[in-house]
Design a protein around this ligand. Structure first.
Ligand code: PRT
Ligand code: ZN
Length: 210
């Protein structure tokens, strides 16, 4: 038996459920159940907040998970990734108010930057020799410059319309992300075999879409 954790409701949920179904795995899901069992594959599905998924898989509470690389790497467990899934593509970017001068990343020296990704951003700034003050907030990061909390932000971007709508300009791509399958480090031989079956089916689903 394998336990797979997926996001309960959010940007990853629909594609995660669709992928499992496209792998030929049948299950009944309802919006208020937090757990369901597949009827034709030894798989149990747990519905969680995406932020909790890397830790649950690292601890072996769940054997597998589907989560964005941004959340996985920020949580500090990049080594759990076993398969890139090709959906929920986005980037983590730095942005500044549209009217502000920005010649290079040195413009951020000593500035206040609001983000939900202090670990990934901290590493990126250090690699680029920038010392800045990071303010960690968990949501609505794009509003920070207009309320005087920060001179710049670092957040997830996909179409760019949220930045635009908040008078911000994307200036650096810090990290590129997509959804990935992750696995706990101590699977039994039997579970490893089931994981390989699952990966084989997931790869076939992706190939068929190309
Ligand atoms: O409730 P829970 O904690 O489970 O969900 P969540 O609110 O933390 O996450 P959710 O559902 O918003 O996103 C889940 C994952 O989807 C993220 O971790 C990313 O890997 C991926 N993803 C893909 C995105 C986006 N695209 C995205 N556009 N996550 C967030 N956004 C947000 C972004 O934060 C910004 O506010 O959308 C806004 C920007 O979008 P554009 O299109 O205007 O640029
Ligand atoms: Zn989340």
């Amino acid at each position: 038996m394998l336990r797979l954790a997926i996001q309960k409701s959010g940007r990853l949920s629909e594609d995660s459920l669709a992928l499992i179904r496209e792998c030929g795995i049948n299950f009944i899901s309802s919006s208020y159940k937090l757990k369901t069992e597949a009827t034709n594959f030894p798989l149990e599905i747990l519905f969680l907040r995406d932020d909790d998924i890397p830790g649950y898989v690292q601890d072996g509470v769940a054997d597998l998970g589907i989560v964005g690389q941004n959340v996985l790497v920020e949580a500090g467990f990049p080594g759990l990734e076993v398969e890139a899934l090709g959906f929920s593509k986005c980037r983590l970017s730095l942005a500044v108010p549209r009217a502000d001068a920005y010649a290079s990343i040195d413009a951020l020296q000593g500035k206040n930057i609001a983000t939900s990704y202090p670990n990934i951003l901290g590493r990126y700034l250090a690699e680029n020799g920038v010392q800045a003050h990071l303010h960690t907030i968990s949501g609505s990061v794009e509003i920070a410059p207009s309320i005087g909390l920060a001179e710049a932000i670092c957040d997830i971007v996909s179409s760019g319309s949220t930045l635009l709508g908040n008078g911000l300009r994307e200036v650096e791509t810090v990290f590129r992300s997509e959804a990935v399958l992750i696995a706990q480090p101590n699977l039994t031989a039997e579970q490893k075999d089931l994981l390989e079956q699952l990966r084989f089916r997931m790869q076939a689903v992706r190939r068929a879409k190309r």
